[in-house]
Design a protein around this ligand. Sequence first.
Ligand code: F6R
Length: 242
Amino acid sequence: MKIIEVKDYTEMSLKAAEYIIEKVCQNPKIKLGLATGGTPVGTYKKLIEDYQENGTSYRNVTTFNLDEYIGLSGENKNSYRYFMDVQLFNHIDINKNNTFVPQGNSKDVEEECLRYESLIVKNGGVDLQILGIGSNGHIGFNEPGTAFSSQTHVIELAPSTIKANARYFNRIEEVPTKAITMGISTIMKSKEILLLVSGETKKEAMSRLLNGNITEGFPASALKNHPYVTIIAEKSAVSGLR
Ligand code: F6R
């Protein structure tokens, strides 16, 4: 894993955007895996700025999001489909038909997991997967204990995840307790991974990632088995750990 330490959130966002833009320019038909949450918002802003200023085109890019809450439709302001539209897709020239997010309001969520996994395979797999990390080490919504062999599946969110994500809802009771997430093996099949890490609240997780064992008890540790991972981390999340 290659680590790039940056001074703050702005620098993380800029470096991450530059990284993604370079990949999109090299391969205009790239398949991007995307994350939601607070960490990539600044990166998406920089992608939009670059699109407006330099015209980098996403016309032929396909995207697959990591996860979606079960029970929320894409029109719900707290859904990850809505998040992606507002934070990125509405502002660039991507064809929305080529932007995929698991459908959280599917009648049959197990069926939806199978459909989503095979959709990724049919499209030739993810070339570059953007990830954030949970303070408990989750990647996507793969909570501690998830099998490394897992494909897209339904997950019960950990209490700490519900608590962390309650900031986007009116009340913690409104946070869905389940989600559909790409599995660890789905994530590991992507050709390249870019992990973004922001803030001191992630320091303990980064300590475990950088210095701990590879174990299903700490999902992000699977990344150590991937040949091509780049981490862009704020100083506050990694200083003194290596
Ligand atoms: C989001 C996702 C999660 C987040 C993680 C960190 O699609 O899959 O793994 O990346 O929970 O969230 P933030 O960035 O809000 O700290």
